[in-house]
Design a protein around this ligand. Structure first.
Ligand code: FES
Length: 106
Protein backbone atom coordinates (compact mmCIF):
# COMPACT_ATOMS: atom_id res chain seq x y z
CA UNK A 1 0.00 0.00 0.00
CA UNK A 2 0.97 3.59 -0.50
CA UNK A 3 1.25 6.18 2.22
CA UNK A 4 1.40 9.81 1.20
CA UNK A 5 3.16 12.31 3.42
CA UNK A 6 2.47 16.00 3.06
CA UNK A 7 5.46 17.94 4.28
CA UNK A 8 5.29 21.35 5.85
CA UNK A 9 7.05 22.87 2.82
CA UNK A 10 4.07 21.86 0.70
CA UNK A 11 5.62 18.86 -1.05
CA UNK A 12 3.87 15.51 -1.12
CA UNK A 13 5.79 12.27 -1.09
CA UNK A 14 4.15 8.94 -1.73
CA UNK A 15 6.04 5.90 -0.53
CA UNK A 16 5.48 2.16 -0.66
CA UNK A 17 4.74 0.91 2.81
CA UNK A 18 4.84 -2.59 4.19
CA UNK A 19 1.70 -4.07 5.69
CA UNK A 20 2.11 -4.33 9.44
CA UNK A 21 4.64 -1.51 9.69
CA UNK A 22 3.59 1.62 11.49
CA UNK A 23 3.21 4.87 9.63
CA UNK A 24 6.04 6.20 11.83
CA UNK A 25 8.39 3.41 10.71
CA UNK A 26 7.39 4.02 7.13
CA UNK A 27 8.30 7.68 7.44
CA UNK A 28 11.62 7.17 9.19
CA UNK A 29 12.67 4.38 6.81
CA UNK A 30 12.15 6.73 3.93
CA UNK A 31 14.09 9.48 5.65
CA UNK A 32 11.20 11.90 5.86
CA UNK A 33 11.98 14.90 8.01
CA UNK A 34 9.55 15.83 10.70
CA UNK A 35 8.72 12.43 12.12
CA UNK A 36 11.32 12.35 14.86
CA UNK A 37 9.98 9.37 16.81
CA UNK A 38 12.24 9.92 19.78
CA UNK A 39 10.92 6.95 21.75
CA UNK A 40 11.05 4.55 18.82
CA UNK A 41 7.34 3.80 18.82
CA UNK A 42 6.79 3.16 22.52
CA UNK A 43 4.06 5.69 23.00
CA UNK A 44 6.20 7.77 25.32
CA UNK A 45 7.02 10.82 23.24
CA UNK A 46 4.83 12.83 20.92
CA UNK A 47 7.36 13.53 18.22
CA UNK A 48 5.67 11.26 15.71
CA UNK A 49 2.51 13.38 15.66
CA UNK A 50 0.78 13.67 12.31
CA UNK A 51 -2.51 15.00 11.02
CA UNK A 52 -4.53 12.39 9.16
CA UNK A 53 -6.38 13.83 6.19
CA UNK A 54 -10.12 14.06 6.72
CA UNK A 55 -11.15 11.46 4.17
CA UNK A 56 -9.08 8.82 5.97
CA UNK A 57 -10.26 9.53 9.48
CA UNK A 58 -12.91 6.81 9.46
CA UNK A 59 -10.54 4.19 8.12
CA UNK A 60 -7.82 5.04 10.61
CA UNK A 61 -10.13 5.32 13.60
CA UNK A 62 -9.75 7.30 16.80
CA UNK A 63 -6.62 7.38 18.98
CA UNK A 64 -6.32 5.06 21.95
CA UNK A 65 -6.58 6.44 25.45
CA UNK A 66 -2.85 6.55 26.17
CA UNK A 67 -2.17 7.92 22.76
CA UNK A 68 -4.72 10.61 23.41
CA UNK A 69 -3.03 11.61 26.66
CA UNK A 70 0.38 11.62 25.06
CA UNK A 71 -0.76 13.88 22.25
CA UNK A 72 -1.37 16.63 24.77
CA UNK A 73 2.42 16.88 24.87
CA UNK A 74 2.79 17.37 21.14
CA UNK A 75 4.37 20.67 20.18
CA UNK A 76 2.14 21.16 17.17
CA UNK A 77 -1.55 21.95 17.53
CA UNK A 78 -4.10 19.22 17.96
CA UNK A 79 -6.66 18.82 15.25
CA UNK A 80 -9.42 16.34 14.47
CA UNK A 81 -6.97 14.25 12.51
CA UNK A 82 -4.23 14.23 15.13
CA UNK A 83 -2.66 10.84 15.68
CA UNK A 84 0.66 9.48 16.78
CA UNK A 85 1.98 7.81 13.67
CA UNK A 86 3.63 4.95 15.55
CA UNK A 87 0.12 3.86 16.52
CA UNK A 88 -1.23 3.61 12.99
CA UNK A 89 -0.57 0.26 11.34
CA UNK A 90 -0.33 0.14 7.58
CA UNK A 91 -2.88 -2.20 5.98
CA UNK A 92 -4.38 -2.80 2.58
CA UNK A 93 -7.46 -0.87 3.72
CA UNK A 94 -5.34 2.19 4.29
CA UNK A 95 -3.88 2.24 0.80
CA UNK A 96 -3.42 5.86 -0.21
CA UNK A 97 -3.49 7.07 3.37
CA UNK A 98 -2.47 10.69 3.44
CA UNK A 99 -1.02 12.34 6.51
CA UNK A 100 0.39 15.77 7.08
CA UNK A 101 3.60 16.15 9.02
CA UNK A 102 3.67 19.14 11.36
CA UNK A 103 6.37 21.77 10.72
CA UNK A 104 8.48 21.05 13.77
CA UNK A 105 8.62 18.49 16.49
CA UNK A 106 11.72 18.60 18.59
FE1 FES B 1 7.16 8.11 20.40
FE2 FES B 1 5.27 7.54 18.59
S1 FES B 1 7.39 7.42 18.37
S2 FES B 1 5.03 8.13 20.64
Amino acid sequence: PKVVFMLSNGTETGVDARIGDSVMTTATQHGLDGVVAECGGNLSCATCHVWVRDDFLDAVGPPGEMEDDMMDLATSDRRDGSRLSCQITVSEDLDGLTVEIPPEQP
